[in-house]
Design a binder for this molecule. Structure first.
Ligand SMILES: C[S@@+](CC[C@H](N)C(=O)[O-])C[C@H]1O[C@@H](n2cnc3c(N)ncnc32)[C@H](O)[C@@H]1O
Length: 237
C-alpha cells in the first residue's frame, strides 16, 4: 500500500467505524512464533469473548493482576513477570508476531505468571475486565500518531482514562511512558485534570523514576533516534 492509499484507507475507516488506536499490520510470523501460537496458546492465550475473566481461575491463584496494553514483542513484560513473581500479568496486543514472540519466550523460559490476549485492549477492558479489579495498568510507548490529523487515534483521551480508572482497584496505578514530547504533554495535561487520579510525582510533573518498567524495544528505537523518554505514574484515589 502506498502512503497515499494508507491515508485514504484510514480516512475511509474513520468515516464508518469507531476510531481505533491501531492499524493492523500483516507482519510475517517467524517459525518459532507460529509454533508458539499453535502449541502453547492453550497454556498462555485467552480468547476474546464478551464475558468477565475470572482472574483466580485463569492464573490458578489469588495474586493481584497487572495488565499491559500494547506490549509490542513482550520483551519488557516478560522481564517484569520474572522480576515480580508475586503478581500475575495479562498482556494485550493486536499484533500477531508480537503475541507469538512473547508466548515463545515465556514457554522457553518456563514463566507461568503471564497470560496473553490478541485483541483490541479497549474492547477487552470494556467487556472482560471487572471494575475495581486490577492492581496496575501499563501503557508503554503507545503508537504516537504524530501527524496532527491522526491525533484522534491516540489511545489517551478522557473516555479511555475513565475506563482505566473504572478497572483499577482503589490505590492501584496507571503507568504510561512515551518518547514523544507532545504526547507526554498531552498525557500530563489530561491525567492531571482527570477525576479520581493523583499524580505520584505531583501535579504538572513527570515521574522521576520508571518504576518496575524495563527498557522496551520501542524505547530503544526512540533513544537511538535521539528522543527523550517521559514516564507518568498516577494512583487511583
Ligand atoms: C509503538 S508500539 C510499542 C510496543 C511496546 N510497548 C514497546 O514499547 O516496544 C505500540 C503497540 O501497541 C499496540 N496497540 C495499539 N493499540 C492497541 C489496542 N487498542 N489494543 C492492543 N494493542 C494495541 C500496537 O499493535 C503496537 O504493537
Amino acid at each position: 500500500m502506498t502512503q497515499r492509499e494508507k491515508s485514504q484507507a484510514l480516512d475511509d475507516e474513520n468515516k464508518h467505524r469507531k476510531i481505533k488506536s491501531f492499524v493492523l499490520r500483516q507482519g510475517r510470523l517467524t517459525k518459532a512464533q507460529q509454533h508458539a501460537l499453535d502449541n502453547y496458546w492453550q497454556e498462555y492465550g485467552v480468547d476474546y469473548a464478551e464475558e468477565t475473566i475470572d482472574f483466580a481461575r485463569l492464573f490458578g491463584n489469588d495474586n493481584e493482576v497487572i495488565i499491559e496494553i500494547g506490549f509490542g514483542n513482550g520483551e519488557s513484560l516478560l522481564e517484569q513477570a520474572k522480576a515480580q513473581p508475586e503478581y500475575n500479568f495479562l498482556g494485550i496486543e493486536v499484533h500477531g508476531p508480537g503475541v507469538g514472540h512473547l508466548i515463545h519466550h515465556a514457554q522457553a523460559e518456563g514463566i507461568h505468571n503471564i497470560r496473553v490476549m490478541r485483541h483490541d485492549a479497549v474492547e477487552v477492558l470494556n467487556h472482560q475486565i471487572a471494575d475495581n479489579s486490577v492492581r496496575q495498568l501499563q501503557l508503554f510507548f503507545p503508537d504516537p500518531w504524530h501527524k496532527k490529523r491522526h491525533h484522534k487515534r491516540r489511545i489517551i483521551k478522557p473516555e479511555f482514562i475513565q475506563l482505566i480508572r473504572q478497572k483499577l482497584k482503589p490505590g492501584g496505578s496507571f503507568h504510561m511512558a512515551t518518547d514523544w514530547q507532545d504526547y507526554a504533554e498531552q498525557m500530563l495535561e489530561q491525567m492531571d485534570k482527570a477525576d479520581g487520579f493523583s499524580n505520584s510525582a505531583g501535579k504538572g510533573k513527570y515521574s522521576p523514576t520508571k518504576g518496575f518498567r524495563c527498557e522496551t524495544k520501542f524505547e530503544r528505537r526512540g533513544l537511538r533516534l535521539g528522543h527523550g523518554v517521559w514516564d507518568l505514574i498516577y494512583t487511583k484515589d
